[in-house]
Write a protein that binds this ligand. Structure first.
Ligand SMILES: [Zn+2]
Length: 593
């Protein structure tokens, strides 16, 4: 009884305080002057009602008013900077909910970058040029090739060592594929790593060998890559890379990212950048958790928990474990499928792929342990079987550890239609990359269709997730998507067709239904759904929705100005719309206008 009385008193006080607060706020707002006012625009707020407004006012980094031009007029004072948007569009700052900072920036400076060429001859020329202009290194590292550039058996097994032996017979060459899941090496690299014809493929990995002769092929996949040395960057180089990454992301309108891991030293690098006052974006991060490591799972889980306490500041926080690999990738034959790979893929007629995380009981335990600590799981799953088993584990864990965990499954190339509803039932977030939602030139036919057959026609569900009421978030997996321009993704998400013809080096399409690169148009999503996926939904997935992700009074002024009103634009022209200005907490962090 006593307790109840106290509650009532508290409630009464709260009502009075709230009333005082509201009346103060109105009084204060009437005379408040903004630091910055944007007027005369098309402002998509991403609020619950998808309101579109004309103007907004910012003070001390936060939004103090949003509304019509007239409504915001009163906030303009002598020192207010006023920007006339002249019909341009403003959106909440984009968030990329799966990236690998610092991405390509370091590679481009310190190693061989093969991301920008498509065919074999050009890639070999790039490798030769780097080696010739950087003599005297102990090893040459690089990344960015894809099997799409090769032909014959090399499209399945990966490129052969002989190409590299010809260029560098005496110094190891180690080149990761564009997605990091395979490595192409020369004979010297194999020799120094102690890999011979007799070395068995490790669990979760493949050491490719010539089927006829048993000779080493020159490509290692999945866990086998861990047999190779890694390129070591200095902390100073990583810092430089992180600065370049931030600048690049700002230029594409981003004000927040999720770090899915790359180099464990990045945690300290990002923290230092924040301490120096140079971090101008939200960074939320997963901590490593991988059953392929020697370290026992329990101590890895303990470490994730510890890291969430160590890195827990305003701009930079560890929010869980990620990316947690359940399987590999289709092109490596390591994505785990419900039905076997096509025979044409060259793995025989009974190859279902490989689990990266084999022990499903351990998976359930890990989910329960971390969710129980209020930490999120962020899974990598490409194949339909990997996704089903991940959902099974999540379902099991949720029954025992209920709560608002916001667990994420990313990539989702093949998903059984039977599993789509389970995402919403279990509160699991679907993290997708619409940049890839087309029959990609030089890739879909040669790889996806070749390995998956008819199934490839139904890969990368998008609208199915929205239809099922799933929380859909969008990310680039940068540097796997080397230019994570959100407008390119929005175009392909809306059209399921070619975006940025120039980037792919093909002729642009003039009709949305042009069949050449069209991938399952039934999965086309709406502009608003995609905008929400890039903004408020991503903020939710990163536990940031109280601070950012929409243009609403009280939130930070994280904004992007784009050249045109996307609601009026022809979907096929969205990839060409310019990103003009990015604001983080009311400050300009990028401007081309
Ligand atoms: Zn990733």
């Amino acid at each position: 009884m006593k307790k109840k009385g106290l509650t009532l008193v508290l409630l009464g006080t709260m009502i009075i305080l709230t009333w005082l607060f509201i009346s103060c706020r109105v009084a204060e707002e009437a005379q408040q002057t903004a630091d910055l006012v944007l007027t005369n625009g098309v402002i998509y707020t991403a609020d619950a009602a998808d309101t579109v407004l004309e103007a907004l006012a910012v003070k001390n980094g936060k939004l103090i008013a949003v509304g019509s031009n007239t409504e915001v007029q009163g906030y303009i004072g002598d020192n207010t900077e006023v920007i006339d948007l002249a019909g341009k569009m403003v959106l909440p700052g984009f968030i990329d909910s799966h990236t690998h900072p610092p991405g390509i920036a370091l590679r481009e400076r310190y190693s061989i970058s093969l991301n920008w060429t498509d065919d074999k001859a050009a890639k070999l020329a790039d490798i030769r040029e780097f080696i010739e202009s950087n003599p005297g290194l102990n090893a040459y590292f690089g990344a960015g090739w894809s099997v799409g550039a090769f032909d014959g058996e090399e499209t399945t097994r990966g490129p052969r060592k002989e190409h590299l032996d010809e260029i560098s017979p005496d110094i190891p060459v180690i080149l990761r594929s564009y997605d990091g899941h395979s490595a192409w090496v020369n004979s010297k690299a194999l020799e120094q790593a102690g890999i011979t014809e007799d070395t068995p493929s490790p669990e979760g990995g493949i050491i490719e060998k010539d089927e006829a002769t048993g000779e080493l092929w020159g490509t290692l996949k999945g866990a086998a890559i861990q047999l190779l040395p890694k390129q070591e960057f200095t902390a100073e180089q990583l810092m430089e890379g992180m600065r370049a990454f931030q600048k690049f992301m700002h230029s594409l309108g981003y004000t927040g990212v999720y770090n899915a891991g790359w180099d464990d030293r990045m945690f300290d690098v990002i923290k230092q950048l924040e301490d120096k006052g140079e971090l101008n974006m939200w960074v939320r991060s997963g901590a490593p958790l991988d059953t392929r490591k020697d370290e026992p799972l329990d101590s890895q889980i303990e470490q994730v928990i510890q890291m969430s306490q160590t890195y827990d500041s305003d701009l930079f926080k560890v929010i869980g474990a990620g990316e947690v690999f359940i399987d590999g990738v289709v092109e490596g034959g390591t994505a785990k499928l419900l039905e076997p790979y096509e025979v044409t893929a060259g793995f025989g007629d009974n190859h279902f792929g490989v689990f990266s995380w084999n022990d499903m009981e351990a998976l359930r335990e890990a989910i329960m342990a971390l969710n129980g600590e209020g930490l999120q799981m962020h899974f990598h799953s490409i194949g339909d079987r990997a996704t089903r088993e991940t959902l099974d584990a999540l379902e099991y864990a949720l029954e025992r550890v209920p709560g608002d965990h916001r667990n994420v499954i990313t990539h989702l190339q093949l998903v059984s239609p039977e599993d789509i509803n389970r995402f919403s039932e279990l509160g699991v977030i679907a993290n997708v990359h619409p940049w890839w939602h087309l029959k990609e030139p030089g890739w879909w036919e040669e790889v996806d269709f070749h390995f998956l057959g008819e199934r490839a026609e139904y890969e990368y569900p998008l609208q199915s997730f929205f239809d099922a009421g799933v929380m859909v978030t969008i990310s680039s997996d940068y540097p796997v998507t080397p230019v994570p321009n959100p407008l390119w993704a929005i175009e392909s998400g809306m059209t399921r067709n070619l975006n940025n013809a120039e980037y792919y080096g093909v002729e642009d399409i003039t009709h949305i239904d042009d069949p050449t690169w069209l991938l399952n148009k039934g999965e086309r999503a709406s502009l608003i759904a995609l905008l929400r996926g890039f903004t408020i939904n991503n903020a939710y997935a990163l536990f940031l929705e109280e601070k950012t992700g929409s243009i609403e009074v009280g939130k930070y002024a994280d904004l992007v100005v784009v050249g045109e009103d996307l609601f009026q634009a022809d979907p096929l022209s969205i990839d060409g719309v310019e990103i003009l200005k990015t604001f983080f907490r009311g400050e300009v962090v990028y401007s081309s206008w």
